[in-house]
Design a protein around this ligand. Sequence first.
Ligand code: NI
Length: 149
Amino acid sequence: MALRNILKLGDPNLRQKCYEVTIFNEKLGTMLDDLIDTMFAADGVGLAAPQVGIPKRICVVCVDEKTIYELVNPVIVKTAGSQKGQEGCLSIPGEHGIVERPKTVWVEAMDRYGKPCKYKVSDLTAVAFCHEIDHLDGKLFIDKIISND
Ligand code: NI
């Protein structure tokens, strides 16, 4: 296990559009393990590779401390409904704000072995998926805050 340093707002890595993963090897598995360990160590519910300086389309999500989602090359293929809730980000400590997100999202991704996976998630998990997938395009929740209440 290795903890990675989480980059903070202002670091240009956070604003990059990340590259698709094309090679599924042991290194990718280690990267995913490190993202998961770093997310839990920082008490987060999600973490994306660019947040640790890796410009690749990889992120992890775990909102209930049980189900860990590993998303490689994730794409949101469909959304339904909407919800508004408070968000924060491990890269922007101390900052919070209300963001509008879909209530449910359908996502196609790959696992660490390159196997295609489909997910339908709602509520907090949908928020976390959207937030982390945004990171892969250099988008941050502070760009989308609709109020600070
Ligand atoms: Ni974030």
